[in-house]
Design a protein around this ligand. Sequence first.
Ligand code: ADP
Ligand code: MG
Length: 693
Amino acid sequence: MDLIRQALKQYFNFDKFLDHQQDIIRKIEAGNDVAVIMPTGAGKSLCYQLPMLIRPGYAIVISPLISLMKDQVDALERRRIPAAFLNSANTVSEQRDTVKRVLNGEIKLLYVAPERLDLPAFRNLLQNCPPHTMIVDEAHCISQWGHDFRPAYLRLGAIAGEFKIPQICAFTATATPMVRKDIAVQLKRPQMEVIVAGFRRPNLRFELCNTPKAEDKEALIDKILREPKPTIIYAATRKAVDELAGNFGVIAYHAGMSDAERTCAQDEFMNSPCPVLAATNAFGMGIDRPDVRRVIHYNMTGSLEAYYQEAGRAGRDGEEAECRMLFSYADRYVHEFMIDLNNPSPELVNSVYSVLRYEAARHRSNTIYLTLEDIVPLTAAARSASQVGSALRLLEKYGYVARGGRADARGKLCFAADIGKLLAEHGAEKTQRSRFISRVGGMFGNNETAVTVEELSNIAGLNIEQVRRVLRTLDGDCLRWEPPFAGSSTELLRPDEAELEIDFSEISDKRNFELEKLDQVLKYAQTSRCRQSFILEYFGEDSSGWQCENCDNCRGNYAVGRELSKEEDAAAKMLLRIVSKLNGRFGAGKICAVAAGKISPDIAASRLDELPFFGVLGDFKPARIMAFLRALEEANYLARTGNPLYPCLEITPEGKRLMQSKGTVCKLNLYGVSPKNKEAAKSSGWEWKFFSK
Ligand code: ADP
Ligand code: MG
């Protein structure tokens, strides 16, 4: 038994390594810098803890949260592994004691928050007793593009350099291209090996459903839901969730609902045997129902990481589960709209800001009572209230304005009729109106009172909507009600500053970055490759030919691939040659026309009819040539390029190889072309999704 295995048993009392642990441990033990990206629960901690135990010296472990540190150190201490943490929760004497143990070589793993590395006392320790390894846990905190960015993580690389810490190893569960790249760059270890592993979920069947119109989506949901299974339907907007809930009688969940309503929805989802829940991306954190059998995305997501995370809530129990995305190209615009709102342009922000300054000067007050809607027509650049809102959010973030919350939205209420009479009349509280008069009138009497609708709702014991209705009916009758200012007020905090100092280039970078991520989702939708391996490759996990054999594309491929006849093989290779010559500049339609020799004004205008191979496949019907092109793309000999809306075809490295090979006869899914294969094509359920029918 080698040292590593022995340590696994001795220190951790485990008999076997989990997937990938052994390889990673060997690399770390050898002294390499590695960044390990594996899903939560994959056993990353052990990957760095174990190698530290079997060699001299100690490691500092950078961890972002005190609670995480404490859990880890407690667990290590239970195993009698010499570990400790230094953080603000320690007393001074505890800290002194820990430092002493480090200096005496009694500690193997010292957990600290990243900010501690800037403290003089800790720098002294690093100076006097340098660790041989810096472990960076939750390393995604290093990426400014993520949610959990911690500025102190950015300094780790420099500190490791300064104190000549020989080895850095980083760990995270966040596999996005940006995080992956950022880790090595920010830690200043460009040679760092990045290992992404363990994200495969072969029990999940990924499928893309082409649903160009809203009716298509509804019809499909209707069909899918006929088979009862625990299901989550994710939709991009609250409105869509409400509509799904209304149309199909399913549970709704989104951030626009009250806490109580959301808790109720969650409980129902957790406790019913076979619930169907429609939700926005607000749903999922900390909710762990292992037997979700279906996750349907009613709209595509804004990124593949969001998609894989949400879809990944299916089949946690390891049993078969399906993940379908209902694709319509128009959903892209919803996302683009949201991306624009999150990243407003300088024109928009400046124009909203100048309106605010103008209004403030006009009214001689730095508090401005204009709703978002009021501001729209006053600006040059805003076309909608939500755009104004996005500009205000940014101005607020940069400290130019403060926005009044809804809580201070008080209306004025005054009972006009004699209150004693009213109370006598309505004391029995038989109706909502009586209840309101009896309780609110009993409290306020005939005094004019500034009050919020929420407060009235509490006093009257009616919900907000009921209070509003009662107020509407009683206003002008026995009481007067002047509703509160409908928008929240805006206060100028730096009224004298006319010029905004906002880093708009950063905002525009972020916008482009979000658009790129969106494009990846479109590529996913349009790929003819194994869907899961497509996503894993996006994450950076080496799929080296692995296929899930479960997604729509895999099943399609395996079901109907057949060897071509000599004539068909020659045609396929000819098409590859044509595509390669046309150099990714034309779509399938034009390529087909060139091969078949079909002249059209378009073809003539681009002078494609003058090419030497124009019409070489003149004996083939265009439909048959199209089928070849589809099959070649499906088999990854051709790929799409350019604008996804009007994709062009280009040859792939596999395609080039096939084109040049003399002997090999290629295998393609030419269903519907030869009568023999018609049945096979039908039974596969595979349909060509993106070429117009
Ligand atoms: P991560 O940081 O990747 O989310 P952890 O390091 O917290 O995961 O480990 C998750 C769980 O797996 C822990 O309870 C840990 O004790 C357990 N674990 C780790 N390695 C092994 C192993 N080789 N055999 C059995 N359990 C293990
Ligand atoms: Mg961890």
